[in-house]
Design a protein around this ligand. Structure first.
Ligand SMILES: *Cc1c(COP(=O)(O)O)cnc(C)c1O
Length: 375
C-alpha cells in the first residue's frame, strides 16, 4: 500500500478561508465580542438567504428549536410530533418544555415524515409538529401544513440540515413558518457552534430575541428582565465567521452538489441505494451523502473494512426512540416505527464535504464495492 492509500478521508470538513480569518480578526481587534454590530449584520444575511423577514442568531440549532417550542406555546403535558429518524434535538426540544415527543414514521426513500403517519399520530394533546428536512431534503410541506391547519397544530421547521434547499421553487424558511438553522462545523456553513431562528412575524421575532437574551425586554436596561429567559446568544466572533461563510454559501452549496453528483456516478454499479434525486418540488441542499445498504448486510462489518483503509463513515442516523434515555423514559422499543428502524439499521454516511477530491471519492467507492463483495 502506498502512503497515499492510507491517508485518512474524514467524514466532514468546514470550508474556512482567508476572508473568514479577516472577518473574525476584525471583531477580535474591535474588542466588541458580544451584542455588537456584527450579529445584526449576520442576521440580515441569513434572513435574506432563506427568504424570511426576520432572523435571530442563537448559540446552537438545539437552542433555536427550544425557543421555537416557546414560540408556539408548548406546555407540560402537550405532545409534539416529530421524526425518529433525525438528530435527538428534534425531539429533545419538546422534552425541555415538559411535553412528550411522539414519533411518526417516515417515507423509506425521502427519509422524511410520512404525512399519513403524522396525521395518525395526532391526539387531543398534540400541540405542535416539528418537521425535519433530513439530510437537506425538503419535507412534504403542503401535506404537513394542510394537516396542521385541519387539526389546529403549530408547525415548526427543523431545517438544521437544509440551508439552501428549496420546496416548490422557494427556499425553505420562506414558507411562512418559524424555521431553525444550525451552524455546527459539519453543516453546510459553520459559525463553530451556532444557529438561527427565522420567522415571518415581528412579535415572534421579538420574543425569540428576548428569550435568547435572558428574558430582557426591548425597553429594559441590562439588569431588568421581563420574563424567564436563557443565554442563547451567538457571540460576535462566531457571527463574523458566519458572515464569511454566507458570503460564499452559493459556492459551498454548488461544490457540495458536484461532490454528490460524482458519488452518484461512482456508485452507479455498487449495490447500495444512493440518495433520492431532486424533483420539481424538492431541491436538496447537500448536508451528508448517505447510502442504504441491502437488507441483511453487516453494516458494522462494512464500516470496519472502510475504517481499515482510513475511510471514516458513520451510522447516520440511529432512531431517536431507541436511544437508551428514550427507552428508559418512555418505554419505547423496537417495532414501533418499522420504516425508521429499517433505515436506521441500513443507512450509512460516507465522507462528504465541499472540497472532497475526486480521487478520494474513487477510493471510497472502490472500498465500498470491495467491502460489499467481501461480506
Ligand atoms: C444539527 C442539527 C440540529 C442542531 O444541532 P446543534 O448541534 O445544536 O447546532 C438540530 N436538528 C437536526 C436535524 C440537526 O441535524
Amino acid at each position: 500500500m502506498t502512503s497515499v492509500d492510507t491517508d485518512r478521508i474524514n467524514l466532514s470538513a468546514p470550508w474556512i478561508d482567508e476572508r473568514d480569518e479577516e472577518l473574525v480578526l476584525e471583531v477580535l481587534r474591535s474588542g466588541w465580542l458580544s451584542l455588537g454590530p456584527t450579529g445584526p449584520r449576520f442576521e440580515a444575511l441569513i434572513a435574506d438567504a432563506v427568504g424570511a423577514p426576520y432572523a435571530a442568531a442563537v448559540s446552537s440549532g438545539t437552542a433555536g428549536l427550544h425557543l421555537c417550542m416557546h414560540l408556539v406555546g408548548v406546555e407540560p403535558g402537550d405532545e409534539v410530533i416529530t421524526s425518529s429518524y433525525s438528530f435527538v434535538a428534534s425531539a429533545n426540544c419538546a422534552i425541555y418544555m415538559g411535553a412528550t415527543p411522539v414519533f411518526a414514521d417516515i417515507d423509506p426513500h425521502t427519509y422524511n415524515l410520512d404525512p399519513a403517519a403524522v396525521e395518525a399520530a395526532i391526539t387531543p394533546r398534540t400541540k405542535a409538529l416539528v418537521a425535519v428536512d433530513i439530510f437537506g431534503y425538503p419535507a412534504e410541506y403542503d401535506e404537513l401544513i394542510a394537516i396542521c391547519e385541519r387539526h389546529g397544530i403549530a408547525l415548526v421547521e427543523d431545517s438544521c440540515e437544509a440551508l439552501g434547499a428549496k420546496y416548490k421553487g422557494k427556499p425553505l424558511g420562506s414558507h411562512g413558518y418559524p424555521a431553525t438553522w444550525a451552524f455546527y462545523p459539519n453543516k453546510q456553513m459553520t459559525t463553530g457552534e451556532g444557529g438561527a431562528v427565522t420567522t415571518h412575524d415581528e412579535a415572534q421575532h421579538e420574543l425569540i430575541v428576548s428569550l435568547r437574551n435572558q428574558g430582557r425586554l426591548e425597553t429594559s436596561s441590562w439588569l431588568q428582565h421581563g420574563r424567564l429567559g436563557y443565554n442563547y446568544r451567538l457571540d460576535d466572533l462566531s457571527a463574523a465567521l458566519g458572515i464569511g461563510q454566507i458570503e460564499k454559501l452559493d459556492r459551498i452549496l454548488e461544490a457540495r452538489r458536484e461532490v454528490a453528483r460524482r458519488y452518484d456516478d461512482l456508485l452507479a454499479d455498487v449495490d447500495v441505494e444512493t440518495p433520492l434525486a431532486d424533483d420539481e418540488d424538492h431541491v436538496r441542499s447537500w448536508f451528508v451523502y448517505v447510502v442504504k445498504l441491502p437488507a441483511g448486510v453487516d453494516r458494522d462489518g462494512v464500516m470496519a473494512r472502510l475504517a481499515e483503509q482510513g475511510i471514516a463513515t458513520a451510522p447516520y442516523l440511529p432512531s431517536i426512540h431507541l436511544q437508551s434515555y428514550m427507552r428508559e423514559r418512555y418505554g419505547f422499543a423496537e417495532g414501533m416505527l418499522p420504516v425508521s428502524e429499517d433505515c436506521s439499521a441500513r443507512t450509512m454516511a460516507l465522507p462528504f464535504h465541499a472540497r472532497l477530491e475526486r480521487s478520494d471519492q474513487e477510493r471510497v467507492a472502490e472500498a465500498l464495492r470491495g467491502a460489499l463483495q467481501g461480506v
